[in-house]
Ligand binder design. Structure first.
Ligand code: NAD
Ligand code: UDP
Ligand code: UDP
Length: 321
């Protein structure tokens, strides 16, 4: 396959939130996309608009089982991402991260193709270094409720770097920070989808803890642009590269902003903080800026307006007649 030609690209987790946006961009670029997903948290709804497309193919498959296909590039995104979903079956979450990574690396090794890994800011755990640079090794509880995900993703990174060192594989590892936007799962319990749905329904906004914990929220289009730029880099770039928006907000500020933008009558109610909930998180993105000439462009307010619009339409479409 020569550079610039149309490629056949595998996206695992392609029916999920981030994966479906990635499929959209790759199709727009003229590529063929093979979307592999077991539909655990993803849905046909996310890819409904692509299903009839001549260059798009969907395969229902669990990445913990071997996959024998022929492709020119692999993006490995398969893994539930929200705490509610990844804690539903923690053993399966760890298997998806670790065995899924081994299978995608084995596939990439046989085909001699580039492979991208969707890693996460959770590899930093509850950090004592702030903001988090890629050189920070993290502070992760190995036996807690979040460990199936955090340690699974850490082990996947290890496997990517060992396949790179041992087998010369071309790897691209991105550490993705909290990302939001249209097609987030409505019941995944993540803060943006929860607050937006609660506000639109005039229900209580559930603030865990005192709301002083912070997160930095990246709009999905910015994130996907960073992912594509990382994949397009030369062999010398392996990552890990942080991808996220460095604008840091307390969860209380987020709640107040969502109430303002929806004009909701919702009240804020306080609920207990889940175990191992990180106190603060913000990416340092100097490496992404230098290597990819990338930084987020969508302010939280604008991204929230687009997300609110999506969930408003979603509620309209799914409301009982
Ligand atoms: P998501 O849950 O919407 O998407 C994950 C997709 O993977 C779903 O479509 C699900 O059905 C599929 N999947 C799960 N287990 C599978 C398996 N065993 N075999 C095949 N498919 C499987 O989550 P998302 O937010 O789109 O996250 C995508 C990736 O990005 C994940 O790897 C996640 O860890 C990573 N990530 C996301 C964020 C974020 O803020 N959204 C942050 C950091 C990392
Ligand atoms: N694998 C796969 N598709 C392929 C090639 C390999 O799913 O096209 C899986 C294979 O089943 C194996 C894993 O990838 O479990 C790792 O492959 P590798 O060649 O690295 O190791 P080995 O086969 O020697 O265990
Ligand atoms: N959170 C909250 N109310 C909710 C959902 C989440 O206050 O209804 C908090 C949660 O405790 C955490 C932050 O919002 O401090 C982000 O949670 P999310 O699950 O979205 O992401 P993660 O903790 O994995 O960064």
């Amino acid at each position: 396959m020569r550079y610039g030609e149309t490629k056949r690209i595998l996206v695992t987790g392609g029916a999920g939130f981030l994966g479906s946006h990635l499929c959209d961009r790759l199709i727009l670029q003229g590529h063929e996309v093979l979307c592999v997903d077991n539909l655990f948290t993803g849905s046909r709804r996310n890819i409904a608009h692509l299903l009839g497309h001549g260059r798009f193919e969907f395969m229902r498959h669990d990445v913990t089982f071997p996959l024998h296909v022929e492709v020119d590039e692999i993006y490995n995104l398969a893994c539930p991402a929200s705490p509610v979903h990844y804690q539903f079956d923690p053993v399966q979450t760890a298997k998806t991260s670790v065995i899924g990574a081994i299978n995608m690396l084995g596939l990439a090794k046989r085909l001699k193709v580039k492979v991208f890994q969707a890693s996460t800011s959770e590899v930093y755990g509850d950090p004592e270094v702030h903001p988090q640079p890629e050189t920070y090794w993290g502070r992760v509880n190995p036996i807690g409720h979040r460990s199936c995900y955090d340690e699974g993703k850490r082990c996947a990174e290890t496997l990517f770097f060992d396949y790179h060192r041992q087998h010369g594989l071309a790897i691209k590892v991105a550490r993705i920070f909290n990302t939001y936007g249209p097609r987030m799962h409505p019941n995944d319990g993540r803060v943006v989808s929860n607050f937006v749905l609660q506000a639109l329904l005039d229900e209580d906004i559930t603030l865990y803890g005192d709301g002083s914990q912070t997160r930095a929220f990246c709009y999905v289009d910015d994130l996907i642009e960073g992912v594509l730029r990382l994949m397009a880099t030369g062999l010398e770039v392996t990552g890990p590269v942080n991808l996220g928006n460095p604008g840091e907000f307390s969860i209380r500020q987020l709640a107040e902003l969502v109430i303002e933008l929806t004009g909701s009558r919702s009240r804020i109610v306080f609920q207990p903080l889940p175990p191992d909930d990180p106190r603060q998180r913000r990416p340092e993105i100097d490496r992404a800026k230098a290597l990819l000439d990338w930084e987020p462009t969508v302010p939280l307010r604008d991204g929230l307006v687009r997300t609110i619009d999506y969930f408003d339409r979603f509620l309209g479409e799914t409301a009982p007649a």
